[in-house]
Design a protein around this ligand. Structure first.
Ligand code: IMP
Length: 423
């Protein structure tokens, strides 16, 4: 697996952190390439339990180089906190590198995120309020500040002043920041982060020439992609495999494996009304939520829970070109007498919908077609091979492969690193 991409196949929160933590043990380079601190990976390993937002879960392979690529939006305050927290638990950040082209989230991006949500009223997206929409708007609008702007202190103050004034004019009375206070804060972040900022794409080109193993870690999931997801209820960056190149500087022809991470069921967070065809009835959803602790790692919000949606997975496979799947959180389904998998959708009138007819913006009103499978009672303590899994679990996994038409390579059945099977 020379260059491998990890992609979420659903609405984020698929357990990518665990898969990255596991695979990165064999890697020379690990790269985050999209999103920002809206992402939240929970990782449990020998160093302890961590909630990571910006630094790749690959940081725990202390021999690997850990890169935050140009496609990531960085909140300097959050990055600083994260580095301090890692160091405090004996995880060195000596091998961390931050792309000079990564955009910076400034305090007014966060303010604007909240104000825009209010303005949307009942159409609110339910963002993480981390400034993601506004920072990526500034990026494509060519108003952004980038990590590379930290390199020259004088230029940084000038650019910050321009950005400050622009936001002040835009926000009028709602803008209550003092430039001097913000500058002071930014300069203190600058002094902590400066040593990590470099041109990261050339490091990766050299790594490819040297045949090094590279893992590209995607945030969020295919259904939150700004183009191909459930627009407008999506995030503001690209989340599909193609964005691994755009967000790192690695050319497409160098990608060898694309692993789609599939949670064994489906969850979604955001504003209440967003369509979720396979959502479970409230009692069942709440049982699963409590059992699996389905609360946001970034916001603490309860996640809506539903059955696995094999039809949307097939769509995600088409758009991403997965070479294999990693199934996570199988243990959370233990104890359910019966399990459902959605194999397709029907219209209200009973007409089956093909992938070509599928509109992700209009999932409202579609009727899922379910397959029903028997559940399993428990996993044996030393589950090392596929055949050690309960027969019902094997059937469930075979059905996923059949529906998505992609082979399963990794199976996670518990939060710890050792609870992972390679098929
Ligand atoms: P934003 O990315 O904060 O602008 O939020 C836009 C939408 O994406 C909201 O519905 C968020 O809940 C969702 N979202 C963003 N990041 C994540 C994630 O890491 N996991 C799950 N949902 C996310």
């Amino acid at each position: 697996m020379p260059t491998t991409v990890i992609i979420g196949t659903q609405w984020g929160d698929e357990g990518k952190g665990k898969v990255v933590d596991y695979l990165s043990q064999k890697m020379d380079f690990v790269v985050r390439f999209n999103g920002g601190p809206n992402a939240g990976h929970t990782v449990i390993n020998d160093y302890g339990e961590f909630k990571l937002h910006l630094v790749s879960a690959g940081i725990f392979n202390q021999k690997a180089i850990s890169i935050i690529g140009n496609g990531v939006a960085i909140d300097p305050e959050i990055l600083n906190e994260e580095i301090e927290n890692l160091r405090g638990k004996a995880v060195s950040c000596q091998n961390l590198k931050v792309s000079d082209k990564a955009h910076l989230i400034l305090p007014w991006h966060i303010l604007l995120d909240g104000l825009q949500e209010k303005e949307r009223g009942t159409n609110e997206i339910g963002t993480t309020k981390r400034g993601i929409g506004p920072v990526f708007s500034d990026k494509v609008g060519r108003f952004g500040l980038r990590a590379g702007d930290f390199l020259d202190e004088k230029e940084l103050s000038e650019k910050l002043f321009l950005s400050y004034n622009r936001a002040k004019n835009l926000l009028g009375g709602k803008f209550n920041f003092s430039f001097d206070a913000i500058l002071k804060k930014i300069l203190s972040h600058r002094s902590n982060l400066l040593s990590y900022i470099v041109q990261t794409e050339s490091i990766l080109w050299e790594a490819i020439s040297d045949k090094k193993k590279i893992l590209l870690e995607g945030a969020q999931g295919a259904l939150l992609d700004v183009d191909f997801g459930t627009y407008p209820d999506v995030t503001s960056s690209a989340c599909i495999s193609a964005s691994a190149c755009q967000g790192s500087g690695i050319p497409p022809k160098e990608l060898n494996e694309i692993i789609g991470v599939v949670k064994a069921y489906t969850t979604r967070v955001g504003a209440k009304e967003q369509p979720f065809p396979t959502e479970m009835p409230p009692e069942l959803a709440s049982e699963l939520r409590e059992k699996a602790n389905e609360y946001g790692a970034t916001t603490g919000r309860p996640r809506r829970c539903g059955w696995l949606d094999g039809f949307l997975l097939r769509y995600a496979a088409k758009i991403n070109g997965f070479t294999s799947l990693a199934i996570t959180r199988l243990d959370s389904l233990t104890g359910f007498e019966k399990l459902k998998i959605c194999s397709g959708y029907k219209t209200k009138e009973g007409k089956t919908i093909s992938l070509a007819e599928l509109s992700l913006s209009q999932l409202k009103g579609v009727q899922p077609i379910y397959l029903e499978l028997p559940g399993w009672k428990e996993f044996s303590k030393d589950c090392k091979r596929f055949s050690d899994l309960p027969k019902e679990t094997q059937r469930y996994l075979n059905k996923i492969e059949e529906l998505v038409e992609v082979p399963i390579k990794l199976i996670s059945f518990g939060p710890e690193r050792k609870k992972m099977l390679e098929v």
